[in-house]
Ligand binder design. Structure first.
Ligand code: LLP
Length: 417
């Protein structure tokens, strides 16, 4: 039984009927399952129990404070990419000494704050960033723990917008230049080299590119050791894919066993930065059919969620499952484009979905726990959706729906005349 299953003809989140959530909190609404997040987390953590490790949840995938707090209670570390994400982790009770800071455009202020709270490591993405960090650490009179994000030039074989490990991508330091940058880092007085890092892309459904990257990183670690530079940890980033439709990504346990075997005997702590594989299938976007608009060419089901709520289909042509919360008899099924009310042709959540629909029906967009709410916007002056966490038979509103007045509260009119 998964966290989102049909019981008595109706889709539930754990023990709660989604229609009850729609009634109480309205739609559109993100619904997360505590149990699903916890079990996905444990699949990672348990698989690594025999090796020194730290699993740093990629906050960008879902940064709701309740989600972060749940993970912090389980002992998670966090991978952040901005000062904003750092503040979220702290507000959620996360341990700063278990935080890694990724991202290629860290500002001096962000570095300052991260040093002040004592994060585990900066994943430095360029030589100029290293110099900047040296300067900020010197001003504070501390040493900054550093790992270089190396670009191993492997093809992750995923969507071009989320593939990051090729030479032509903007991320990381190419593996050929890395030894020189490490030597520079080792010479800087306020930098302490602690690790090697990479992240090659997202939604990988095959572990071969990870293994390829790992081999290249291990060769680099050996080369560094020969130069007298010893690293304590190896961070393989995130990127493990999930099933949206029929993809068959490796189970975390299988992937992690291969990695652990390859680093055995090396005295390295393993770090990972999974996002999607912890939360994607722990959430749905609950939405209601507002109007049905059958035409000669196409049938449109106009729902109350839109691309501003969930942009993955519009941005990456991502396919996300869409199911009726209370399925009707298939006799009346038609092919529907499931579209939002936003004034863009790209505003669809699914195309040609065979469903039996009536106005007012509830739909669940599946696998929406990762890169869902976090990528939402206020386009068309639409308030962002509510977020609800289900725990067994209980629901918690973990972010209330935005009101229209909040949307322009920071704006002002020009002075008169
Ligand atoms: N670490 C770094 C440095 C990253 O850039 C990312 C994701 C992760 C970890 C987490 O990767 P994951 O385990 O979630 O694959 N918005 C896109 C995905 C963008 C991923 C960006 N980086 C989507 O909706 O598919």
């Amino acid at each position: 039984m998964t966290a989102f299953d049909y019981r008595q003809g109706e889709l539930h989140a754990e023990e709660v009927a989604l229609s009850a959530i729609a009634r109480q909190y309205g739609t559109p609404c993100y619904v997360y399952s505590r149990q699903a997040i916890e079990s996905a987390w444990k699949a990672w953590d348990n698989a690594l129990r025999d090796v020194p490790h730290m699993v740093c949840f990629a906050v960008k995938a879902n940064s709701n404070l309740a989600v972060l707090n749940l993970l912090a209670r389980l002992g998670a570390g966090f991978d952040i990419v901005s000062g904003g994400e750092l503040e979220r982790v702290l507000a959620a009770g996360g341990d700063p000494s278990r935080v890694v800071f990724s991202g290629l455009g860290k500002t001096a202020d962000e570095m300052h704050r991260a040093l002040e709270v004592g994060i585990h490591c900066f994943n430095v993405e360029s030589a100029p960033e290293l110099e900047r960090l040296q300067q900020v650490a010197a001003e504070l009179g501390v040493q900054a723990p550093v790992s270089l994000r190396v670009n191993p030039d492997v093809d992750a074989g995923t969507h071009p917008y989320i593939s990051t490990g090729l030479k032509e991508n903007k991320f990381g330091i190419d593996i050929v230049s890395a030894p020189a940058v490490y030597r520079r880092a080792a010479d800087l007085p306020n930098i302490r080299v602690v690790g090697v890092d990479c992240h090659i892309g997202s939604q990988l459904t095959d572990d071969a590119p990870f293994i390829d990257a790992l081999q290249r990183l291990l060769a680099l670690i050996d080369q560094l050791a020969a130069d007298g530079i010893r690293v304590e940890h190896l961070d393989l980033g995130g990127g493990l894919g999930v099933t949206y439709r029929d993809e068959q990504p490796p189970a975390p346990g299988d992937y992690l066993r291969k990695v652990s075997d390859m680093v055995a005997g090396r005295n390295l702590t393993l770090l990972f930065e999974p996002g999607r594989s912890i939360v994607a299938n722990a959430g749905v976007l609950l939405t209601r059919v507002n109007l049905l608009k059958p035409t000669e060419h196409k049938n449109f089901a106009i729902i109350d969620a839109a691309m501003n709520d969930l942009i993955r289909p519009a941005l990456y042509s991502a396919w996300m499952g869409i199911d009726a919360v209370r399925p009707r008899s298939d006799d009346a099924a038609l092919d529907w484009d499931i579209v939002g009310p936003v004034c863009e042709t790209g505003d669809f959540l699914g195309k040609d979905r065979r469903l039996a629909l009536a106005e007012g029906d509830l739909l669940a967009v599946r696998s929406a726990g990762a890169y869902g709410f976090v990528m939402s916007s206020n386009y068309n002056t639409r308030g962002r959706a509510a977020e609800v966490m289900v725990d067994g038979g209980t629901t918690h509103l973990v972010r209330r729906r935005e009101t229209v007045s909040e949307l322009f509260a920071g704006e002002s009119l020009l002075p008169e005349a």
